[in-house]
Design a protein around this ligand. Structure first.
Ligand code: HEM
Length: 301
């Protein structure tokens, strides 16, 4: 079992951490003198992780809180990287105006892209039923459709990978007891947020597929839902990165001076302004909004 357990642990923690000290239920240590008598460890004393606890016939790998924090911290760092990837892919989807090319959404079913000419034509025909094709893209060829479809497909598939990157390790760490009480709450919140992000994605797409007979606008997703989709992605990214770094970096030892307090307030204020700017940008300048704003100003002059 140790052979099975330690190679993956070594890869995750690094060989040094595997030699870290772990607390144990009632292990025994050598007496300080040469008598060889083994005494139980007092609380706060540690034995090496290679002496994995064998309790009631079941082997459980217990990690010291520091080593567990490091694993959880690295996992959340990877998760925030996957969210950053989704943000980039989402931006590409938006810039290439591909967001409304997939007109239905199943979480597990239909994950495989169309392969034959017939399947592609069926997919294209589905797209042709919706306002974006009818009003904006009626001259689109199948080859052009394939391009926008693949853009949106890669964003959605990446979204699934992000979901799995959060949920599977979270369940594993939870079972292993590597999350303390506070961390359990945070990890639950992050997993809920990633699910919410996916649901919001589909809710946003739906707004661009609806027929609006009285509207002369170019079919597009609701800018409020788009802003919410971007906002929750930013919150997910920052919360994952923040939690990860709070586990990986040592606590600062600077004295709590007034200057430090001001610096902290300034940093928080700047972050808040960046967030508001990103969201308001989505609400005001969606897709060709910049052009229409310019057009409206021109016509008023
Ligand atoms: C972890 C998962 C996801 C993250 C982090 C994420 C993030 C983003 C971001 C940051 C954007 C660009 C927003 C902008 O530039 O204003 C975007 C766009 C988009 N996302 Fe997601 N997304 C995720 C999952 C999904 C899912 C599951 C769907 C669909 C079911 C989806 C549908 C879309 C669409 C259609 C766009 C383009 C909107 C447009 O037409 O302008 N996203 N996403």
């Amino acid at each position: 079992m140790q052979r099975l357990l330690f190679p993956p642990l070594k890869t995750l923690l690094g060989s040094q951490s595997v030699r870290l000290l772990v607390p144990r239920a009632a292990p025994r240590t050598q007496c300080g003198c040469s008598c060889g008598i083994r005494r139980p460890l007092r609380s706060g004393q540690y034995s090496t992780v290679s002496e994995v606890a064998l309790q009631s016939g079941r082997e459980t790998a217990s990690l010291p809180s520091k080593a567990a924090d490091r694993v959880v911290g690295r996992w959340l760092l990877v998760c925030s990287g996957t969210v950053a990837g989704a943000v980039i892919l989402g931006g590409v989807t938006r810039l290439t105006e591909s967001g409304l090319s997939m007109v239905d959404w199943h979480l597990i079913k239909e994950m495989k892209p169309p392969t034959s000419q017939e399947e592609w034509e069926t997919e294209f025909q589905k797209y042709q039923q919706f306002p974006e094709f009818k009003i904006l893209n009626h001259n689109m060829t199948l080859a052009e459709f394939k391009f926008i479809w693949y853009m949106e497909y890669s964003h959605r598939m990446w979204g699934r990978i992000v979901g799995l990157a959060y949920i599977l390790p979270a369940a594993y760490f939870w079972r292993k007891g590597w999350l303390n009480r506070g961390m359990k709450g945070r990890v639950l919140a992050l997993c809920a947020l990633v699910c919410f992000q996916g649901l919001l994605g589909w809710y946003m797409v739906k707004s661009g597929l609806e027929e609006k007979p009285d509207s002369h606008d170019i079919p597009r997703v609701s800018q409020y839902r788009l802003a919410a989709h971007l906002g929750s992605a930013l919150v997910l990214y920052c919360a994952s990165l923040w939690t990860s770094l709070s586990l990986l970096l040592p606590q600062h030892k600077l004295p709590e001076t007034r200057q430090l307090l001001w610096l902290r307030r300034f940093a928080h204020g700047t972050a808040g302004l960046v967030f508001l700017t990103a969201l308001s940008g989505r609400i005001l300048l969606i897709r060709d909004g910049l052009f229409s704003l310019h057009f409206q100003v021109e016509s008023l002059a």
